[in-house]
Ligand binder design. Structure first.
Ligand code: SF4
Ligand code: SF4
Length: 142
């Protein structure tokens, strides 16, 4: 397998992985339309309270989640494919298409969602990778 092919289908992010830019207008905000759950931590429910009607946050399987619209899009996705609560969107949405994996005794590992079409930029440099890890490690509000 060539290095390029490996990077195209490798969910683990490292220096050399194509850098990301959001192509929401091209993909139709795919990540906000998939039938998946947007889980909310307690602090996120509080932060969203100023922007979200109470019926838009519901409890499902012991977790607070954002409701979906009839077409499965997130309840906060506007017709113009923008998030109506962008500034206070949940951390999972801020982090997407990345996810930080932390295991005791191991360095943090970043994974990406290969379904996102936005990995089209030049190879990520070492310092860009470090900045990504730092940004994913940061907690909301810090
Ligand atoms: S993050 Fe990826 S899937 Fe989501 S809107 Fe941007 S390009 Fe599309
Ligand atoms: S909260 Fe906003 S960013 Fe997150 S899935 Fe819903 S519309 Fe998309």
């Amino acid at each position: 397998m060539t290095e390029d092919a490996r990077q195209d289908d490798d969910p683990v992010v490292r220096p050399g992985t194509p850098s990301f830019r959001c192509l929401a207008d091209e993909c139709g905000a795919m990540c906000c339309r998939n039938p998946y759950r947007v889980d909310l931590g307690e602090d996120e429910v509080t932060r969203l309270a100023s922007r979200v009607d109470v019926w838009e946050v519901v409890e499902e399987r012991a977790a607070m989640i954002l409701m979906r619209q009839a077409d499965d899009a997130c309840v906060l996705l506007n017709e113009d494919l923008r998030c109506s609560a962008y500034e206070v969107r949940p951390k999972g949405c801020r982090d997407y298409p990345f996810r930080l994996e932390i295991e005791e005794g191991r360095p943090p590992r970043v994974e990406r969602d290969l379904a996102c079409p936005g990995f089209v930029g030049p190879p990520m440099t070492g310092s860009e990778y470090e900045a990504l890890v730092a940004s994913l490690s940061r907690q909301i509000g810090e």
